[in-house]
Design a protein around this ligand. Structure first.
Ligand code: BGC
Length: 742
């Protein structure tokens, strides 16, 4: 028997056994449902927040009216509540314990936006795996992550939790996180169910204000906001969460088109769809439901399986079924999904946290991985030969700025279980790892990012005057991004810019390291700095990672996952925009317009008089201590048919003196289409390590079927014509070559 045949037979056998297992689970679910009372069924759909092992909670569990609990993180309490469910409720159905484990449980990785800046899905997977191991050790088996909302609005506080502006990058990173959380098998005791949130369009909230309304045409929804959700659904994400926003007037918790037509019928997904916190009830506030009964009907009809802290299902569904206003089959379907998840998690066999003594928080391997992620998430935006810092030219270093020693703030948003006492700050790391070689002078100046204390600035300036180089750690406190923490002004808070101006006046070289939760407007700060690192909030190990980068023990390799605007008024500003009929040309800035100029004298093209037509830094941008050259792109063919594929190749050479990683990016443009298409779209990327002087030929496979877009008649298809291809270091550089699709 050939190896291939053996493989096919084995695959066939494993598929048969897999589907048998599935059938067996489905039969168990049906059997259980047949024994359940209506109250018990609705109970499974009820998700409550923890309140310890209170008598009230135990009574509800015993009565079978709770299906899952969020925010309980004490292993003994979890075991006790589970014992009540398994031993004292009529049917012994186990609970699931859930928690927002977003970028770490104890060992905190960079905020997701920072993880996206690594363009390294392996690191994101590793981060999620470590988070799952730590969280599951106390009994958490469901996390509400990853957030795969595409966001093009830096005002929105939740951009921190996103993977940025691009559907492809978000899909790749999202899938990696799902794999990390869920592991090889959901039933393993250290696997936790992931949750794709927030379905959908949440990142498009008007004016970047949280929970706000969105207006998204179906074609844009499908081309931009849904691909990352589709990707994680295909990758087997166990759960989805509804978003708070309405799309075109319909809140997601009542959106049948999203939750049934697309998620269930088109994507054939069979996991649990949970509402967001109180989002079913909030349909009353949205103005689409008159009361809580209406909201229950609308949500259950739209296929929302579980009601997170809304009490809408538990209060209303039983009555509504009895009155014939809700079909019990809808409830059975929801319960089926929930029980399926409990079976998949192995909770019927292993409901308890077994050995709480084996908990390994902050294991050295986990800290190393977090450090690597923090290192690769930092993006070098500017370097006038001051980095890396060398003992040849520098003897004493001033470490200043509000983020230089801010253990809690460097962790970023959504770190409910983190302990800042475990954070290693830049100041601590610099002192510890480089203090023997350099004289380290420290003075925060501003105590926190919003601080405006001019005396503090003066103290930092005094310290800067005594040093050979100044390291200015600026940024945003963790509280300034995340849920419900949106800003209309995205410049650096407090007197940080003023502090930089004063530091600059000392004449000493100033390196700014920005530890932040969103894209900030930083034109002046970049201009005034001799080097600039955009670091995001890097988590527990941000300090050592940044120190290694500053002193050359590591080389920056992060690339922006999101555009950095010059001014907030440019928002939304993103690389994959469409071309206008009058693309910008001959840009005349506001102060260059002659007084009394004639109305049409500027040429009438598309730009802002005060910001021009470019962002400060484009998506995909990031420098290194070395340089890379890219050869012209070579295509394996100049045309292909609708089922074809073409290889695109480019030789990348490390032309500098440092061994370093580079992210090679593939962009494509559909030149002429029935609907105007983006000027470029990311379709692939590879992160590689190149030694100084080394070259590597990088190839990408371009499949015709991936070059389509959604049309107004709700079909996806690829149109014939010219396509341009770039292989480049960011979304604005490189020379395109073309092929034709027949
Ligand atoms: C957030 C979700 C989160 C949930 C549970 C909501 O307010 O929007 O992202 O998972 O709370 O904490």
């Amino acid at each position: 028997m050939t190896k291939k045949l053996l493989f096919i037979l084995m695959l066939g056998a494993s598929l048969v056994s897999c589907s048998k297992k599935q059938d067996a689970t489905e039969s168990k679910i049906d059997e259980l449902i047949s024994k359940m009372t209506l109250t018990e069924k609705i109970g499974q759909m009820n998700q409550l927040t923890g309140e310890g092992a209170s008598a009230n909670m135990k009574d509800q569990i015993r009565a079978g009216v709770v299906g899952s609990i969020l925010n309980e993180v004490d292993a003994n309490t979890i075991n006790e509540l589970q014992r009540v469910a398994v031993e004292e409720s009529r049917l012994g159905i186990p609970l699931i314990f859930a928690r927002d484990v977003i970028h770490g449980f104890k060992t905190i990785f960079p905020i997701p936006l920072g993880q996206a800046a690594t363009w390294n899905p392996e690191l994101a997977e590793q981060g999620a795996r470590i988070a799952a191991q730590e969280a599951s050790s106390v009994g958490i088996r469901w996390t509400f992550a990853p957030m795969v909302d595409v966001s093009r609005d830096p005002r929105w506080g939740r951009i921190a939790e996103s993977c940025g502006e691009d559907p492809y990058l978000t899909s790749v990173m999202g899938v990696a996180m799902v794999k990390g959380f869920q592991g090889d098998n959901l039933a393993d005791s250290n696997s936790i169910a992931a949750c794709a949130k927030h379905f959908a369009g949440y990142g498009a909230s008007e004016s970047g204000k949280d929970y706000n309304t969105t207006w998204i045409p179906e074609t844009q929804l499908r081309d931009v906001y849904l691909p990352s959700f589709h990707a994680v659904a295909d990758a087997g994400v166990a759960t989805f969460m509804c978003s708070f926003n309405d799309i075109n007037g319909i809140p997601s918790s009542g959106n049948k088109h999203l939750n049934k037509d697309i998620l269930r019928n088109e994507w054939k997904w069979d996991g649990v769809l949970v509402s967001d916190w109180g989002s079913i009830d909030q349909m009353i506030s949205h103005g689409v439901c008159a009361n809580s009964e209406d909201a229950a009907i609308m949500a259950v009809d739209a296929g929302v399986d579980a009601d997170m802290m809304g009490f809408v299902y538990i209060k209303n569904l039983e009555k509504l079924v009895k009155e014939g206003k809700v079909d019990e089959k809808l409830i059975d379907n929801a319960v089926r999904n929930i029980l399926r998840l409990k079976f998949r998690l192995g909770l019927f066999e292993n409901p308890y946290v077994k050995d709480t003594s084996k908990v390994a928080f902050y294991a050295s391997g986990s800290l190393n991985a977090a450090r690597q992620a923090a290192e690769e998430s930092a993006v070098l935006l500017k370097n006038n030969n001051v980095l890396p810092i060398s003992t040849k030219t520098v003897k004493s270093i001033a470490v200043v700025g509000p983020m230089s020693d801010a253990p809690a703030d460097q962790l970023g948003t959504w770190v409910f279980d983190a302990e800042p006492s475990h954070s290693v700050t830049p100041l601590q790391a610099i002192r510890q790892d480089y203090g023997s070689k350099f004289n380290i002078l420290a003075e925060k100046g501003l105590l926190y990012s919003r601080d405006t204390n001019s005396k503090g600035i003066a103290r930092a300036v005094q310290v800067a005057e005594k040093a050979d180089i100044v390291l200015f750690f600026a940024g945003e406190e963790a509280i300034l991004s995340g849920e419900a923490h949106c800003r209309a002004d995205i410049s650096l808070p407090g007197a940080q810019t003023e502090m930089l101006r004063e530091l600059k006046k000392t004449g000493k070289p100033v390196v700014t390291v920005l530890m932040t939760g969103r894209p900030n407007t930083i034109s002046e700060e970049v201009e005034k700095s001799d080097a600039f690192i955009y670091a995001f909030q890097g988590g527990t190990m941000a300090g050592p990672a940044l120190a290694d980068l500053l002193f050359g023990n590591a080389v920056p390799s992060g690339k922006l996952p999101v555009t950095i605007p010059r001014m907030v008024g440019q928002v939304p500003v993103y690389y994959a925009h469409k071309m206008t009929g009058r693309p910008a040309s001959n840009i005349v800035m506001i102060n260059d317009i002659p007084v009394g100029a004639f109305q049409t004298s500027l040429g009438n093209t598309s730009y802002h008089l005060d910001a021009g037509d470019s962002p400060l830094f484009p998506f995909g941008y990031g420098l290194s201590y070395t340089t890379f050259s890219y050869s012209p792109v070579h295509l394996s063919a100049t045309s292909m048919d609708q089922n074809g594929k073409i290889m695109a190749e480019c030789k990348v050479t490390n032309t500098g003196k440092y061994d370093a990683r580079e992210v090679i990016q593939l962009y494509i443009r559909d030149k002429v289409a029935t609907l105007a298409q983006p000027v470029r779209e990311l379709k692939g990327f590879k992160k590689i390590m190149l030694k100084a002087g080394e070259s590597q030929t990088i190839s990408f496979e371009i499949n015709a079927c991936e070059l389509g877009f959604w049309h107004q008649d709700n079909t996806y298809s690829v149109e014939p014509g010219e396509f341009q291809v770039w292989i480049s270091k960011d979304s604005q550089s490189g020379e395109p070559v073309s092929f034709y699709l027949k």
